[in-house]
Design a protein around this ligand. Structure first.
Ligand SMILES: Nc1nc2c(ncn2[C@@H]2O[C@H](COP(=O)(O)OP(=O)(O)OP(=O)(O)O)[C@@H](O)[C@H]2O)c(=O)[nH]1
Ligand SMILES: [Mg+2]
Ligand SMILES: [Zn+2]
Length: 301
């Protein structure tokens, strides 16, 4: 048995139980599965066989958990990392400016994968970043998500972040340019991950990290650094269950008059009442509506 640490162009880097790292290829049957979208990904536990100095992945174990998003084209799921214990959604307080809906999409994808995601608001050192960072932290802590403020530049919050990573396997996800790789380098400089400046023209990240990799952190734990993508399309979240992916709504569901309330237009809806009274943030409700619309379109196809 071994665990997949990296996959690049059909070569699978696998750590064996004795700690050896080997490069392996896939057995034909698994390649066929991969073409149908069922890939072997980082974090997967795999069975291997050594045939004259070359290693072949023979099969993969059931996954305990996985972070999944919609694949390109929208017809297949794309599993990013398997067997995760924790998920960190990393955004920048500024540069690039955080978009609540983008952050909420990552959080919902994390919830749908069965995890309690955590939020990291990075780049608090930048001018004018402190206020928006505190605002985000207050909002998401109220929702129930542990939230850290960090700066890879000054080191603020980096030790706390290292402590949050130090057991099991975590993944960092979030927009390109948020500073995921830079933060990991701050925790463990020996990782020497590639980082890249934002595009001057668009103010966005330039997709510096190309392949997700699973890394062992010197201070403890394993972490997957993933490539930032602009929009996470949700996979496998039905419209009817979207409200359960918002912790602050989940708590109110029994109080709506109608069972199966969509919280969009029904009377005596506890969610809409909470939004009006300011107990649910407008931005969170806006994200819910946008995701509901998307989920309903899927059904209509
Ligand atoms: N001022 C400041 N700049 C930071 C901080 N963290 C990262 N940066 C800068 O932000 C830019 C993007 O950082 P990356 O670590 O490459 O971002 P990423 O999230 O890994 O981006 P992708 O790999 O494209 O997904 C780099 O120029 C970093 O130097 C921070 O805390 N403060
Ligand atoms: Mg990166
Ligand atoms: Zn309702």
């Amino acid at each position: 048995m071994g665990r997949v640490l990296a996959t690049v162009g059909g070569v699978y880097t696998v750590e064996l139980e004795d700690g050896r790292r080997v490069e392996a290829s896939l057995r034909g049957r698994l390649k066929k599965d991969a073409r149908r979208g069922d890939r072997v990904v980082i974090g997967d536990q795999v069975r291997l066989e050594e045939v004259e100095d070359t290693w072949v992945v023979e099969g993969r174990d059931e996954r305990r958990s996985a972070f999944v998003r919609k694949g390109p084209g929208g017809r297949h799921p794309k599993v990013l990392v398997a067997n995760l214990d924790r998920l960190f959604v990393v955004v920048a307080a500024r540069e690039p400016d955080p978009h609540p809906e983008v952050l909420d999409r990552f959080l919902v994808a994390g919830e749908a994968s069965g995890m309690t995601p955590r939020v990291v608001v990075n780049k608090v050192d930048l001018e004018g970043a402190r206020a928006p960072a505190e605002e985000l932290a207050t909002l998401y802590r109220e929702v129930g998500y542990p939230t850290l403020l960090t700066s890879a530049e000054t080191g603020e919050g980096v030790q706390g972040f290292a402590e949050a990573l130090d057991q099991g396997t975590a993944a960092l996800v979030g927009p390109s340019g948020a500073g995921k790789s830079t933060l990991l380098n701050a925790v463990d400089p020996a990782l020497e991950l590639r980082t890249g400046a934002l595009s001057r023209k668009t103010g966005r990240g330039r997709h510096t990290t190309v392949n997700a990799r699973l890394l062992e952190v010197a201070t403890g734990g394993w972490v997957a650094d993933t490539p930032g993508f602009g929009e996470v399309g949700l996979w496998g979240v039905e419209a009817e269950e979207l409200d359960t992916c918002f912790p602050e709504m989940r708590a109110l569901l029994d109080e709506c008059r109608f069972r199966g309330c969509t919280h969009l237009h029904e009377p005596d809806c506890a969610v809409q009442a909470a939004v009006e009274e300011g107990r649910i943030a407008e931005t969170r409700y806006a994200s819910y509506r946008a995701l509901m619309e998307e989920a309903s379109e899927r059904v209509a196809w």
